[in-house]
Design a protein around this ligand. Structure first.
Ligand SMILES: Nc1nc2c(ncn2[C@@H]2O[C@H](COP(=O)(O)OP(=O)(O)O[C@H]3O[C@H](CO)[C@@H](O)[C@H](O)[C@@H]3O)[C@@H](O)[C@H]2O)c(=O)[nH]1
Length: 251
């Protein structure tokens, strides 16, 4: 059986992180979890340490300051890739991603996908309790990215996804520079255009019941700016080089 680690970035998620980890282990008992905490003022990091002390499947990476989702995942991936995991999964800490859907993602990776993306905008995908403006931003963001980046993927910003570790190891993270949720668009686009196998599966996304979203105007502006620049550069044949995925990963 493949050895899987779920990387969970946290910033002020003390109310939900323990439940999410419990649900992961009820679904797949052998899966490990890495919490990447950016010195949350609410004490999420301290709680994470307590959870890790009580359970050898739980690990914690402490960062000194809030530095964005992209940087947190970059650090978490580096930690995981230095160890012997086969699959590396991304999941939010707030319960919006359903740990019970993990077997579908693992099934995609077992089937040979280099990357699997949990998708809200395909048949079977559902969104519960998300305010209209968030739905619009998500749909518009994916539509805009699909057109400009000529992507065939249906949910480029989704944060529920997983990678084969050997595919992730081939990524030169020095060239992935998105700080916010744009990190999700950049990784999906780069995997797709590098020729990696990207699979999608429908997910149920439920708006958080506790804590607050870290979505900000700056995050939206970063995504809009970067996608526009990548798209325009691609249109004139000056797109950034695809990420150098290894030959045995890129097909
Ligand atoms: N360590 C760290 N974690 C962060 C940071 N910013 C956000 N997070 C963590 O990243 C996860 C997602 O952040 P949310 O703020 O809960 O995201 P959301 O608004 O619900 O956004 C969802 O939709 C986005 C757009 O589709 C997705 O890109 C995102 O992944 C998520 O699914 C949460 O676990 C949150 O604590 C940060 O700077 N540092």
């Amino acid at each position: 059986m493949a050895k899987t680690i779920v990387v969970i970035p946290t910033y002020n998620e003390i109310a939900s992180i323990a439940t999410v980890i419990e649900r992961i282990h009820l679904t797949t008992a052998e899966t490990h979890v890495l919490i990447v905490d950016d010195n949350s003022p609410d004490g999420t990091g301290r709680l994470a340490d307590e959870l890790a002390a009580a359970d050898e499947r739980v690990h914690v990476l402490h960062r000194t300051e809030k530095n964005g989702l992209g940087a947190a995942y970059g650090a978490g991936f580096a930690w995981a890739l230095a160890r012997d995991y086969d699959y590396v999964v991304e999941m939010d800490a707030d319960g919006s991603h359903q740990p019970e859907e993990l077997p579908r993602l693992i099934g995609l990776l077992d089937g040979g996908a280099d990357m699997g993306i949990g998708t809200r905008w395909i048949p079977g995908g559902t969104i519960v309790n998300w305010p209209l403006h968030r739905k619009l931003i998500s749909r518009a963001g994916t539509f805009y990215s699909r057109v400009l980046l000529r992507s065939r993927l249906h949910d480029l910003t989704s944060g529920y996804r997983g990678f084969r570790a050997d595919a992730l190891r081939a990524v030169d993270f020095g060239r992935v520079d998105s700080q916010g949720y744009c990190f999700q668009i950049e990784m999906a686009w780069q995997f797709e255009r590098s020729g990696a196998r990207v699979g999608e599966f429908p997910i149920t996304f439920i708006e958080r019941a506790e804590g607050v979203s870290k979505m900000s105007t700056g995050i939206v502006v970063e995504a809009l700016t970067k996608v526009t620049l990548w798209g325009l550069a691609s249109a004139v044949g000056r797109a950034p080089e695809p990420l150098p995925l290894r030959a045995d990963v890129a097909r």
